[in-house]
Design a protein around this ligand. Structure first.
Ligand code: AP5
Length: 242
């Protein structure tokens, strides 16, 4: 271990040390981000993650990796995802249960895209209860459906980092190319106007009741997700510092 550390450049060691010192003064947080497709959950998550030293658990990203790797989980999830329907509660609860044990989740987590049904919310409560923990805040990315088609169909992604761009709202320096690595960007298979319709249907029918579930517990903070990204970030920071 020590020998490995000797090989790490001093600047990297110092950066990591400073990061850990900053993190040690941050309160633990267990956050849920809920909102329809394209509402900005994936855009705001990395900012919150860095600010509060949390892990970012996005079930959609985890499922897409499983589909790409053709694991048995991926094979089971693919059909529902392609159609814009939800995959079964058991599959996603299993991956979240496993992922929350990672050391990077020590100071808490951001759940992005989970829970998406009331059953998933109840299972999450059970998991947390076993650890003597609970959800601190639910950020509701409230937005009108009409805004979402343009956001979804203009989105481009750098698959290995998860960085997200938009042809109009957040364009890369060169079209189709990641700003940092120079690698090609891709569009998600379910980011079409037709599949968006099913995804929105699933959101209104199955996920909106989750907002009611947490409202009754007094945990929901409503955001104006139609605002520009920086203004949404300011709203998020206000909610999380109160
Ligand atoms: P998932 O990957 O979770 O997709 P989603 O919820 O549909 O959310 P998105 O990733 O599309 O939207 P986002 O809110 O992150 O938007 P973003 O920030 O990128 O799920 C995919 C599928 O997996 C599901 O359909 C389902 O099949 C399955 N699945 C996942 N979790 C599941 C679960 N728990 N149970 C069952 N099945 C599950 O923003 C979008 C675009 O807009 C970007 O280009 C961005 O640059 C731009 N943008 C963002 N914010 C702004 C802004 N404020 N102003 C202007 N543009 C903006």
């Amino acid at each position: 271990m020590a020998a490995n550390l000797e090989d790490v450049p001093s600047v990297d060691l110092m950066t990591e040390l400073l990061r850990r010192m900053k993190c040690s003064s941050k309160p633990d947080k267990r956050l849920i981000l809920i909102g329809p497709p394209g509402s900005g959950k994936g855009t705001q998550s990395p900012i919150i993650k860095d600010e509060y030293c949390l892990c970012h658990l996005a079930t959609g990203d985890m499922l897409r990796s499983a589909v790409a790797a053709k694991t048995s989980l991926g094979v089971k999830a693919k059909e529902a995802m392609d159609k814009g329907e939800l995959v079964s509660d058991d599959l996603v609860v299993g991956i979240i249960d496993e992922a929350m044990k990672k050391p990077s989740c020590q100071k808490g987590f951001i759940l992005d895209g989970f829970p998406r049904t009331v059953v998933q919310a109840q299972k999450l409560d059970e998991m947390l209860e076993k650890q003597g923990a609970k959800v601190d805040k639910v950020l509701n990315f409230a937005i009108d459906d009409a805004i979402l088609e343009e956001r979804i169909t203009g989105r481009w992604i750098h698959p290995s980092s998860g960085r997200t761009y938009h042809t109009k709202f957040a364009p890369p320096k060169s079209p189709g190319i990641d700003d940092f690595t120079g690698e090609p960007l891709i569009q998600r298979k379910d980011d079409t106007a037709a599949v968006l319709k099913s995804r929105l249907e699933a959101f209104h029918k199955q996920t909106e009741p989750v907002i009611d579930y947490y409202s009754k517990k007094g945990l929901v903070a409503n955001l104006h997700a139609e605002k520009p990204p920086k203004e949404v970030t300011t709203e998020v920071q206000k909610v999380l510092s109160s």
